[in-house]
Design a protein around this ligand. Structure first.
Ligand code: GDP
Length: 440
């Protein structure tokens, strides 16, 4: 995420980060580089200029030149300003109303339908809501189908009226349907066009007026940079929306949209989309994003994701198995599945402070576990639960079955052995206490 920008900001701040002498001249030069980095990332010109001016004023006000660690103070000022620029505080979502009505707006292809599904899934699992998805695209039958596919995937009902060509009516009927059938959130997915046009704007404005949504969200593709900001402006003028959803942040985005959008439309970014799957949704936290942009990682989000996957019951079972020396390859496979559920490897590594930058050019394969999984899948149930039975001929068979080499099989067995020993050790003394604390 935002690799280029992170890199350039790091270079710009590098001089000041060291212990070299700091002068008014190199502070000015550094900020010039910072501004260039922002412009290259497709940040709006005015925003970038204001950004560096504010940092400069604050730096001089705090007398950066005479502080003990001027470089670090500069980094902090830049971070604070980036956080402010992206909205400062985390903006919540308004879930009042019975039912809560959420209207999705945005251009075709921005990721509206995908995000509607992600949001329904998010509300269902995290906030124990009962959402209803509504297909209001009356032009493209494929769009209605797409929403049904998404709904099936996450187990959420989809309301549609394929014969009805009046989106206002469909939305109103859906809200009635929700009221009589116990749904407490209604997410209305609307039709988008490839570009802004008057008919689309009028149509969505009419729907907006008729259903009085608690939340109107504007969905935009982060890859479109400045265009994203301009589209946001146009939609905001008509809808006065409540928040922005930035999608496709998993791609090679330059970051301009994330940084400029709040200051241009004065509406907070509420959610981000980081992949095509239904769980690739994150609440947007400005400060954490600023940390990531400055290569400081995002440990808080990383821990949160780990906690989401953490299942107390499973952990207890696992603990028992370890204590009884019964931890086998099936359990190992389970652990791998859990890590994979936390997100793409590249994304996870980016959250570790310093690691994102250090490993930026390393191609982190999401299939990093593929070989290991293949090897385990080629084992018999007995071999999985009692790895000690795996002798030379079994190793050959496993290697052949998994398309790997005996060497790779050996390597995995060795790693597994070491891991088992370590886990066993952790069971005694401090380790047990640690695990108990984690289970609380
Ligand atoms: P809509 O026309 O606005 O409803 O857009 P769709 O929901 O159909 O999304 C358009 C394309 O973008 C689809 O291929 C989605 O899978 C993809 N997409 C949506 N959100 C994301 C995201 O956060 N990351 C990535 N990589 N792709 C996304």
């Amino acid at each position: 995420m935002f690799d280029n920008l992170s890199d350039k900001l790091d270079k710009a701040l590098h001089v000041l980060k060291g212990h070299g002498s700091i002068t008014e001249v190199n502070v000015a030069e550094t900020l010039k580089e910072v501004r260039r980095a922002l412009l290259d990332a497709d940040v709006n010109f005015k925003t970038a200029k204001e950004f560096t001016n504010t940092v400069k004023e604050k730096a001089l006000g705090q007398d950066v030149l005479t502080t003990l660690q001027p470089g670090q103070l500069m980094v902090k000022l830049v971070k604070d300003e980036l956080t402010q620029l992206m909205g400062g505080e985390t903006a919540g979502i308004n879930l009042s109303g019975a039912p809560t009505v959420i209207l999705m707006s945005g251009l075709q292809g921005s990721g509206k339908t995908t995000f509607s599904g992600k949001l329904a899934n998010f509300l269902k699992t995290k906030k124990t809501k009962k959402p209803l998805l509504v297909a209001c695209d009356v032009y493209r039958p494929a769009a209605i189908n797409q929403l049904h596919v998404v709904g099936d995937q996450i187990g959420v009902e989809v309301y549609s009226e394929p014969e009805n060509k009046n989106p206002v009516q469909i939305a109103q009927n859906a809200i009635e349907h929700a009221k009589t059938n116990g749904f407490n959130v209604v997410i209305v997915d609307t039709a988008g066009r490839l570009a802004i046009d008057e008919a689309m704007m009028t149509e969505i404005a009419n729907v907006h007026q008729a259903i009085h949504p608690q939340e109107t969200l504007f969905v935009v593709d982060a890859m479109t940079g400045q265009d994203a900001v301009n589209t946001a402006k146009a939609f905001n003028e008509r809808l006065n929306f409540d928040g922005v959803v930035l999608t496709k942040l998993d791609g090679d985005t330059r970051g301009g949209a994330a940084i400029s959008i709040k200051s241009v439309v004065n509406k907070p970014i509420k959610f981000i989309g980081t992949g095509e799957k239904m769980d690739a949704i994150d609440v947007f936290h400005p400060e954490r994003m600023a940390d990531r942009i400055l290569g400081m990682g995002d440990v808080v989000s990383l821990v949160e994701r780990a906690q989401e996957q953490f299942d107390e019951e499973e952990a207890r079972k696992l603990q028992k198995k370890i204590a009884k020396n019964q931890f086998g390859f099936d359990d190992f496979l389970n652990q791998i599945q859990q890590v994979k559920k936390m997100g793409s490897m590249k994304d996870l590594v980016g959250m570790i402070p310093g690691a994102g930058k250090a490993l930026k050019d390393v191609d982190i394969d999401d299939d990093a576990f593929k070989g290991i999984e293949a090897i385990i899948h080629s084992m018999t149930p007995t071999e999985r639960s009692q790895p000690s039975v795996i002798n030379g001929s079994r190793k050959k068979r496993i290697a052949k079955g998994s398309g790997t080499s005996v060497q790779q099989v050996n390597q995995l067995l060795k790693q597994f052995d070491q891991m088992s020993k370590m886990m066993k050790m952790m069971q005694g003394g401090g380790g047990r206490k640690m695990m108990q604390a984690m289970n609380k």
